[in-house]
Design a protein around this ligand. Structure first.
Ligand code: PHE
Length: 467
């Protein structure tokens, strides 16, 4: 035990900024650049965005603080930490199930995350090799569709992305992550700004894009969309599956949890909104459907890059940064599980990583086939393709459920004095945070669960209402 403790202490990040960088690396990824714009489009725009922003502030920030605090107090991999914290608080060791649920969720998310990151690898190479030169938006759209139709191509990129993830994990998260994220984040921001300025000045539809994103039409909002907005708040902040808890375990005691969590939340939200503001004007300029689905980022930005001078180089660089942002998120999907396997069994980190990555890779083939062989109705689960089902299950159900349990544990179960010491904020702020975790966040999550999964489908079943 003493040895284990020493090993863990040696792993504490020395620099206060490292936690912010690692957590931002986890949070900022495909969720911001690919998923946020596309599900905003599918769910009708402004009203969805508003609910998402409210969820970020009311549920996301308090739970981000809770997860970090639990991780730092527990100082182990999430599964062990949760069990130890439960013992310390005198409650059932079954709270360890939160760690298990997180491990399962991470596995499922990574299986499709890797496939989508693979699309970005494909686009990076196509951009750099000048494939899109002179293509119209419609041609770029059918280029995307033909990529999806080809399972061999998708499997190749999926394999390469899993290999990259495995290599970083096997070497240890600490080595490359800090310097990697430190360069990647400003570069990503800068390129996003380039696209944003292009959208604002050249698309001719900037205001239309903004009004789609920010004008609030409550009549557009179904409970299903509210659930998707809440689920996305968890997904984009990497909350509810113990990724942030695993990183919290390496955080130095002196660093301020409130300050670091707020920085991560702000940065993540800023990047998502920038991506949305860059993309929607281009959607309208190209006469595309906002609800076009998962190809939105790829098709709109590619058409913009093609019409910029030197745009294919900038575009190649942009998609490369998307791949890197996805990589730093993927690492955090794996880390809690591999950390646990290494801690629990006498298996080396490399062996654990290889076994884990092979399993995720295999499962990911289900997502690969969702876009071609299994895209038909006969292969659907609850009216969704395999990919849609795994995405729905994780973002809309297991992440909010995990987050709910974490909030309840931090707010109700853990000794007040312990969590107070961990957070180390003025009493008024602490009480506010605790009320959010104890009452506000759980009520929001449960209400949204109730209306979207019980009430609304029931009403529809009875034919009472459409919305
Ligand atoms: N937050 C990441 C993104 O937005 C995805 C992620 C979810 C990472 C959950 C870790 C845990 O892309």
């Amino acid at each position: 035990m003493a040895e284990q403790q020493a090993a863990l202490t040696a792993q504490t990040w020395t620099h206060r900024w490292t936690f912010v960088l690692a957590a931002a690396g986890s949070a900022i990824g495909l969720g911001n650049l690919w998923k946020f714009p596309y599900i905003t489009g599918v769910n009708g725009g402004g009203a969805f965005v508003l609910v998402y922003l409210i969820c970020i502030a009311v549920i996301g920030l308090p739970i981000m603080m809770a997860e970090t605090a639990l991780g730092r107090h527990g100082r182990h991999s999430p599964i062990v930490s949760m069990r130890e914290l439960a013992r310390e608080s005198g409650v059932s060791k079954w709270w360890g199930a939160v760690g298990w649920l997180g491990a399962l969720t991470g596995f499922l998310i990574l299986s499709f995350y890797s496939v989508v990151a693979g699309w970005a690898i494909d686009y990076t190479l196509q951009m750099f090799s000048g494939t899109f030169q002179g293509m119209s938006a419609a041609e770029i759209g059918s280029n995307f569709d033909s990529m999806l139709a080809n399972p061999v191509q998708l499997t190749l990129w999926h394999s390469i992305f899993m290999l990259l993830t495995g290599l970083v994990i096997a070497r240890g998260v600490h080595k490359g992550l800090e310097s990697g994220v430190r360069v990647m984040m400003p570069a990503l921001m800068a390129l996003l700004l380039v696209v944003l300025i292009y959208s604002a000045t050249s698309s001719g539809h900037f205001m239309e894009g903004l009004s789609f994103l920010f004008s609030f039409h409550p009549e557009d909002l179904s409970w299903d969309a509210v659930l998707a907005a809440m689920g996305h708040a968890f997904f984009t902040l990497s909350l509810g599956m113990c990724a942030i808890m695993a990183y919290g375990a390496y955080m130095p005691k002196k660093a301020s949890i409130a300050r670091t969590a707020s920085s991560v939340v702000l940065l993540d939200t800023a990047i998502a909104l920038m991506a949305g503001m860059a993309i929607f004007p281009l959607v309208f300029a190209n006469g595309m459907e906002p609800g076009a689905g998962p190809g939105l980022l790829f098709v709109t930005l590619t058409s913009a890059f093609v019409s910029l001078p030197g745009g294919q180089m900038i575009g190649g660089l942009f998609f490369l940064l998307v791949v890197l942002a996805a990589l730093s998120s993927a690492i955090s999907l794996v880390e809690p599980t591999v950390a646990w396997v290494v801690e629990r069994f006498s298996i080396g980190r490399a062996a654990a990583t290889v076994a884990y990555c092979i399993l995720v890779w295999l499962f990911g083939l289900g997502t690969v086939f969702s876009f071609n062989e299994w895209s038909g109705e006969s292969a659907q689960l609850f009216g969704m393709t395999f990919f849609e089902f795994i995405d729905y299950l994780t973002a809309n159900i297991t992440l909010p459920l995990g987050g709910l349990l974490i909030a309840v544990f931090a707010g109700w179960t853990m000794k007040r004095s312990h969590i107070y010491k961990e957070l180390n904020i003025p009493l008024g702020a602490f009480n506010l945070w605790r009320a959010m975790c104890r009452v506000v966040a759980p009520i929001c999550v449960l209400t949204i669960f109730y209306f979207s999964t019980i009430e609304e489908p029931l009403m529809e079943l009875l034919g009472i209402t459409g919305k």
